[in-house]
Write a protein that binds this ligand. Structure first.
Ligand SMILES: C[S@@+](CC[C@H](N)C(=O)[O-])C[C@H]1O[C@@H](n2cnc3c(N)ncnc32)[C@H](O)[C@@H]1O
Length: 416
């Protein structure tokens, strides 16, 4: 590990983080400076000569995979890890579109509007919300029933088998406090010679949680010589922001997208997200998805209402209250009282899945009560989820059920 210093803010991670309009011109001049013919560059990057000709003439825009391949040709200097004056590697990046202050303003506007659905990411945005989430996911009961039960050693074993000896870049999408992500890296490192050819990229929308996750990962992984990078950004932007889909040394490395702690079940439209993710992945790249499983068939909502304790209880468990009501109580002007209730929705994009929705009734002075959908978490039929992902280009390699009554699962899927 080159640096355990405080992360520095990076101005420019690569020219590709902000690709110039005339990318073709830049590519041509860098190729010529490097003394590479079209054929030589095509060979080095694993691209067709015609692809490079088209790019240089600005006839086509580079796809994420093409950019990753070009970025791997060091002589082009398209993607360089920036170093500070004293030689330390810079390990925290800010995506262009990442603007927590603007997101906070948008959240306050939405909360003071007529009601309706609240963007899920807002729940983690303000510092108190982030701290409340931290307390919630470090609650003893949650740890003993779920977090400590994830079969990370087995998952790591299969990942190493699939990596066939090449280095692995792990992208922790929505890493939160980073504990599970860090532990998986440790289990991976246990299985390969030291120093391990592993890198961890942590990505989160919450500045507070990402800082915490980064520190946790650095403390545990620096002694094992595993580099850790922190990326402040929105994972929904993955196919639109080179900082998210490009890694400085990404060619001939396996990429693993990691979504732990139910983050996958919070995504509004999973097929939409996985189409984007597929565009950013190379054939053979992996994704690890942690999710809750359906308690019954969506064809029989009454049965689900009876047997799924999260819905039959009619309101969320007490430990969730502070986290879910906090943003409403803090930001809605004139808010007098908030009551939560739980509902079932079977209108979900992944066949066979349903959503547990927490709605808040907000009572204000001199106004009619408003309804906000504050939290949504989905439960899946494992076979139908696998089929859906397979139709989007992600084949399930293995699934592990865990937790009470084996009603949570981790899926390992591979880009075809
Ligand atoms: C359910 S928590 C899971 C945290 C962690 N992976 C774990 O295992 O405990 C979801 C995390 O995703 C982050 N998040 C939510 N929406 C996001 C988005 N659009 N982009 C990036 N991070 C997001 C939240 O800040 C939070 O840290």
């Amino acid at each position: 590990m080159e640096s355990q210093n405080e992360a520095a803010v990076v101005k420019e991670t690569s020219v590709l983080a902000d690709p110039p309009v005339n990318f073709g011109k830049l590519l041509r001049s860098r190729r010529e400076e490097a003394g590479l013919s079209l054929v030589a560059l095509a060979k080095k990057a694993g691209l067709a000569r015609s692809t490079i000709v088209n790019l240089e003439h600005d006839l086509t825009a580079p796809s994420p995979q093409t950019l990753r391949r070009l970025a791997s040709v060091k002589a082009l200097r398209l993607c360089e890890i920036v170093k500070t004056d004293d030689g330390h590697r810079i390990e925290a990046w800010f995506c262009d579109a990442y603007n927590p202050m603007a997101m906070n303003h948008a959240m306050v506007r939405a909360l003071n509007g007529p009601g309706g659905q609240i963007e899920q990411s807002y729940l983690y945005l303000d510092p108190q919300s982030a701290c409340d989430w931290y307390l919630l996911c470090n609650n003893e009961q949650y740890i003993s029933l779920y977090r400590s039960q994830v079969p990370l050693a087995k998952i790591a074993e299969r990942i190493i088998k699939e990596s066939k000896g090449i280095g692995i870049d792990v992208d922790g999408l929505g890493c939160g406090d980073g504990k599970t992500e860090t532990e998986l890296m440790q289990r991976l490192a246990d299985l390969v010679p030291s120093p391990p050819d592993l890198q961890l990229y942590l990505l989160d929308i919450s500045h507070v949680l990402l800082s915490e996750g980064y520190r946790t990962a650095l403390n545990a992984l620096a002694p094992r010589r595993i580099p850790v990078f922190a990326i402040h950004g929105d994972f929904n932007d993955i196919a639109r922001n080179p900082l998210l889909y490009l890694h400085p040394t990404s060619i001939k490395r396996l990429r693993l997208f990691l979504m732990m702690g139910g983050t996958f079940g919070n995504i509004r439209d999973e097929p939409w997200f996985f189409r984007d993710l597929a565009a950013c992945a190379e054939r053979g790249d992996l994704a690890v998805l942690d999710c809750g499983l359906a308690r019954g068939s969506v064809d029989d909502p009454a049965q689900i209402r009876n047997i799924d304790p999260a819905i039959s209880a009619k309101r969320p468990a007490d430990i969730y209250n502070r986290f879910l009501t906090g943003p409403l109580l803090r930001h809605i002007q004139g808010c007098r009282h908030v009551t939560l209730r739980t509902e079932l929705s079977t209108h979900c994009p992944v066949p066979g899945s349903y959503s547990i929705e927490n709605w808040a009734t907000v009572e204000k002075e001199y106004e009619l009560a408003r309804q906000f959908l504050v939290w949504r978490v989905k439960r899946y039929d494992l076979d139908k989820l696998s089929l859906c992902l397979s139709n989007l280009g992600w084949k399930t390699l293995q699934a592990w059920k865990y937790g009470p009554d084996k009603l949570a699962a981790v899926l390992l899927v591979q880009k075809q």
